[in-house]
Ligand binder design. Structure first.
Ligand SMILES: Nc1nc2c(ncn2[C@@H]2O[C@H](COP(=O)(O)OP(=O)(O)OP(=O)(O)O)[C@@H](O)[C@H]2O)c(=O)[nH]1
Ligand SMILES: [Mg+2]
Length: 313
């Protein structure tokens, strides 16, 4: 990246502050929701199912005199598959490379075993003891204030957090305070990304993620974890104002293929319509979305496949 060119976009690049902030925590606490809210755009897909995020996603926030690069990470959980191991490797390396870490907790319940595991991993693998860790207690819109205080005190007494925030990533409550605090704490440095760029994801990856989000929305229980979506083709359509996108939804079993396709292909059609509508808004173009469902047994264990899909396992 040519930093000199990027600096030209900033009037007083010499006084800039910039840095990377990794957002970590157990699955489903609201990490991706927070990054989207801060950036003001959907850079990461969201779902009510755990383990939605599978690779690290950057969300860039520019403000007066600063640029914060938020790193959305896969939820910390015990690894069992090759895919899980990849996810674990991802947040460990992000934890190591960050200027700050935001550890997120779901405030709606007491500390659970998975939170404790996430904390243990965080404090166990943090590379430098000098990386400040902020606590973000999320979902306060859904939390009884008394419970919130009690849980906050428990976490505070653990003593390892530089500062704590009570937020709602969904409604935005408390989020500005968190961003402002991080912004003033950043080290001096040039911006990493040009203004206007909010993420590092390419359009093909973004398209496959949007399709996966719709699959997660429309399926239950074990199916979401068994789904991988890969963009096979992403190009201009028959006219310049159209896009042709071909996505393959991989599942592990024939029965899962049946669930996703649904009776008379109804479910796949719903998934396709929702994804197409969103892709059209993002691209500003008419989208022809070609959706296929294929069975690849045990793809989560197959390093060769994961590598061919861009995962460094
Ligand atoms: N009520 C409420 N719900 C929230 C809030 N933040 C996130 N959620 C919901 O929590 C669920 C999980 O959100 P995600 O942002 O996907 O969580 P995540 O931590 O990125 O999850 P993984 O990617 O699986 O690790 C979704 O249903 C969100 O709508 C919040 O502040 N309040
Ligand atoms: Mg996520």
């Amino acid at each position: 990246m040519n930093i000199t060119n990027i600096n030209a976009e900033y009037a007083d690049a010499n006084e800039m502050r910039s840095g990377f902030v990794a957002v970590v925590g157990k699955p489903n606490v609201g990490k991706s929701t927070l990054v989207n809210t801060i950036v003001g755009q959907k850079v990461a897909i969201i779902s009510s199912k755990p383990q939605t995020t599978r690779h690290r996603i950057l969300g860039v926030k520019n403000g007066p005199g600063y640029q914060i690069v938020f790193v959305d990470t896969p939820g910390i959980h015990k690894a069992s598959h090759q895919l899980d191991k990849y996810m674990e490797k991802t947040y460990r390396s992000e934890i190591k490379d960050a200027d700050f870490i935001i550890f997120m907790i779901d405030a709606t319940h007491d500390l659970r075993e998975e939170d404790k595991i996430a904390l243990k991993i965080l404090f166990g693998y943090k590379n430098s003891p000098n990386v400040p860790i902020f606590l973000a207690m999320n979902k306060i819109d859904k939390t009884d204030p008394k419970d919130l205080e009690r849980r906050y005190e428990v976490l505070e007494s653990m003593g390892n957090f530089q500062k704590g925030f009570k937020i709602s990533a969904l409604t935005g409550k408390g989020v500005n305070e968190l961003v402002n605090f991080v912004a003033q704490a950043l080290p001096p440095g040039p911006p990493y990304f040009p203004i206007g760029q909010v993420t590092d994801q390419n359009p093909g990856v973004q398209a496959s993620e949007i399709v996966r989000e719709k699959v997660l929305l429309k399926t239950r229980q074990e199916v979401p974890h068994c789904v991988f979506v890969h963009t096979e083709e992403f190009r201009e359509g028959s006219t310049p104002d159209t896009l042709y996108i071909r996505e393959i939804i991989y599942v592990e079993r024939k029965s899962q293929k049946g669930i996703i396709i649904g009776k008379d292909g109804k479910k796949l059609k719903q998934i396709g319509t929702l994804a197409r509508e969103e892709l059209e808004v993002i691209s500003g173009k008419k989208v022809y979305l070609d959706l296929w469902v294929k069975v690849k047994e045990d793809w989560r264990e197959r390093k060769d496949l994961l590598r061919s899909w861009g995962y460094e396992v």
